[in-house]
Write a protein that binds this ligand. Structure first.
Ligand SMILES: [Zn+2]
Ligand SMILES: [Zn+2]
Length: 95
């Protein structure tokens, strides 16, 4: 029998389980990969290609040297793809 488990409250859906914004690495089943400087614990981002909800497979603190440089700060945050923004109803960066 095929078992499908829905995410529940308290489930660890991401490697990082803290309260801070971190740097996340995403890989969708469709093959698309991306990185985001607005990644949160137990929070998905939607894939730009197939709109699937994807949880980061790796997360690192933003304080790690050189890593934050990879994030283009002038690039607008894609709120419609961000699970945190959708949950908050506003820009997660200001959280
Ligand atoms: Zn995808
Ligand atoms: Zn966001």
């Amino acid at each position: 029998m095929h078992k499908f488990r829905r995410p529940r409250e308290g489930d660890k859906l991401t490697p990082y389980q803290g309260n801070k914004r971190v740097f996340g690495f995403f890989k969708c089943k469709c093959g698309k990969t991306w990185q985001s400087g607005n990644s949160w614990a137990n929070t998905y981002q939607e894939c730009k290609s197939c709109t699937k909800q994807v949880y980061p497979y790796e997360q690192r603190p933003l304080e790690v040297p050189n890593l934050d440089d990879k994030v283009d700060k002038n690039k607008p945050h894609l709120q419609e793809l961000c699970g945190k923004c959708q949950a908050l109803g506003r820009l997660c960066r200001d959280y």
